[in-house]
Write a protein that binds this ligand. Sequence first.
Ligand code: AMP
Length: 496
Amino acid sequence: MQFTDLGLAEPLLRAVREQGYDTPTPIQQQAIPAVLAGGDLMAGAQTGTGKTAGFTLPMLHRLAAAGPKRDARGRIAIRALILTPTRELAAQVEESVRTYGKYLPLKSMVMFGGVGMQPQIDRLRQGVDILVATPGRLLDHHGQRTLDLSQVEIFVLDEADRMLDMGFIHDIKKVLAVLPAKKQSLLFSATFSDEIKALADRLLNQPALIEVARRNSTVEAIVQKVHPVGRERKKELLAHLIKQGDWHQVLVFTRMKHGANRLAEYLNEHGISAMAIHGNKSQTARTKALADFKRGELQVLVATDIAARGIDIDQLPHVVNFELPNVPEDYVHRIGRTGRAGATGEAISLACVDEDIFLRDIERLIKRSIPREPVPGFEPPAGEKAEPIVLGRMTIGVGGTRRHGNAPAGRGGGGGSQGRSAGHGGGGRPAAQGGGGGRPAAHHGGAGGGANGGRSASGGGSGDGRPRPAQGGPQRHDDRPRARGQAARRDGGPRR
Ligand code: AMP
């Protein structure tokens, strides 16, 4: 079967041809006719199967054929809404909408949290046919009446299983409640749990059912485990795991960039090629590190959450949380870098007693417990007690998040707390992510550099959790721990 056999309009076929595709993938062969026919669809397909074009192409065809609609204020009305679990996926999907729709007069927009509302409001005012959004920010706009969803004709729930894993069910229900009852609904999910089936029952009306084979049917999902370890032995354990397992292409997350640098140095000293990637590096150095890593010439890339957001890598065999994030949603983003498309993926967390509190929050968010597997010889020392984690002038962990005055901070030095939450000092996320029109700077690989660029860091805590005296001076964004709860707004993540 060729794309030309599917009944798609010529401008779409031209765009597809330009991408170099002749043959539709199995999901496209089934989904495109089903969506063109106008009915609901429940599709079992994961990333890598070509599912995005599977719903985007027929959606564009139908919208173009019907012609634009105006809302009450005379603006082009939103006729298609695509909900995705993460900002990265939202950006990718909207990119596909623009790629395939480049010869059609349809306007699209991506919307997610963590960036300013105003550019999104401005963009909405100009009129949008197709909106790709994460649920949290979508609801924020709806709540502020800056968004009109009353004319939506096609609704797509992409990666529905990941949405539920991330705790979005309440947000999804709220979105469904404000959409018109009469619409075409498409649900894409890699797995069909009872929860997904319940959601499908609620959303879909006599749907066509499509399921395509996984690329690798042996691995269901990301294998997650926690290796409990003594506070001081994480580096050793990581080097041990990498060597024992002969791991290549390992993405390691640290909380702060100082920790990332020190860890990369340690690994290099121990015969493991590693590089820390963050905004203090020049763009050339970052690009080279990433290219080497993708080619398999660099074994380990060490990144902070913000730096990682700017890099286009996923489907990695190993993702390691050298430190658990204090914002549970970041855990989900991190482990999403592995195991997609059914490839073997392992997400490993090295957790010391100080991080138990973060682990509990993560497990609550993902609604499952992550198996603890101590590595012989690296078990936490008996009687090790949880202590707050010092990050520059902040402490997080036991005792809550505290910001300290100018007094040097040290482990346990919580006395100088001014009782402010860390997140409030930060003024939100780095300005570099606030690109106009809702486009994420991060998607283009520039956010890390832009967010962190230029100035050298001051003082700061250690990424490996060891106390270091703070040297005063302003904390930079990348080093500023976020208060829990703040991330939900930033990421368009679930509200709890
Ligand atoms: P997706 O599963 O939608 O994330 O798509 C996975 C990748 O397959 C993307 O990079 C698409 O550009 C690519 N792709 C989509 N459709 C086709 C096709 N018919 N032939 C070859 N590649 C495709």
